[in-house]
Design a protein around this ligand. Structure first.
Ligand SMILES: Nc1ncnc2c1ncn2[C@@H]1O[C@H](COP(=O)(O)OP(=O)(O)OP(=O)(O)O)[C@@H](O)[C@H]1O
Ligand SMILES: [Mg+2]
Length: 221
């Protein structure tokens, strides 16, 4: 999935006047790339990822996803693209603690109208793929941080996304779990999924094929 941004800006309503979170970003990410986004706290990494993932809208500039100008899409079109083409992984997992791992992975498929039986079958396959065979019935609170994040990755994969956006996916994990999560992301990238990952970890970032360094709402040359 290609990403093309030109002169992207973001000013938050209620944010500090004259301090845009993004100050004119231009870059392209080609289908199949693994891009790591790094930079100091507050430089705009999450803001950028939210815009790329259609969770938020830019204040100015152009943004095309797979060649389509998303700034002209309706809210409905945006939500369909988000649901069918993009998988999200967050630092704090964002799992529902009252549901089992399997049910968490099923949810996006059920929202997309999948049959319950088919969704459960696919969720089981995806949990196996991320190494959680046998843990389907556990709730997030019964799993380790690394295991929770693998549930989140399985959930992100449920609708076969072409793009995975990960915002500090290893931020709450120890170094061994971090490496395992990175290995999972690399394996998915090897299958052709484009990945954009925000990280504070320079070593993990250096493993990505592409590094986008940000500072004060801009990309460093
Ligand atoms: N919802 C919001 N409303 C107003 N200002 C915001 C909002 N979200 C972020 N900001 C501001 O925008 C700037 C960029 O924030 P952002 O969350 O994108 O940074 P970040 O690089 O992800 O930081 P971190 O590494 O700490 O997660 C910051 O100055 C922040 O205070
Ligand atoms: Mg952030």
């Amino acid at each position: 999935m290609s990403i093309a941004c030109e002169g992207l800006t973001k000013v938050y309503e209620g944010g500090k006047a004259g301090w845009p979170a993004l100050r004119g970003l231009s870059f392209e990410i080609s289908p199949g790339e693994f891009a790591a986004v790094t930079g100091p706290s507050g430089c705009g990494k999450s803001t950028l990822l939210n815009i790329i993932g259609l969770l938020d809208e830019p204040s100015g500039g152009r943004y095309a996803l797979h060649g389509r100008d998303v700034t002209t899409m309706s809210d409905l079109e945006r939500s369909v693209v988000r649901r069918d083409q993009i998988g999200f992984v967050f630092q704090s997992f964002h799992l529902l603690n009252r549901m089992s791992a399997l049910e968490n992975v099923c949810l996006p498929m059920l929202y997309a109208g999948a049959d319950r039986h088919a969704a459960r079958g696919r969720a089981g396959e995806l949990l196996k793929k991320v190494g959680l065979h046998g843990k389907e019935k556990k709730t997030p609170l019964e799993l380790s941080g690394g295991e929770r994040q693998r549930v989140a990755i399985a959930r992100a994969l449920s609708n076969s996304p072409k793009l995975i956006l990960a915002d500090e996916p290893t931020g709450n994990l120890d170094s061994i779990s971090s490496r395992e999560i990175m290995d999972s992301l690399f394996a998915l990238n090897a299958e052709g999924i484009t990945i954009v990952m925000v990280t504070h970890d320079k070593e993990l970032a250096s493993r990505a094929g592409r590094n986008i360094k940000m500072r004060d709402g801009r990309i460093e040359p």
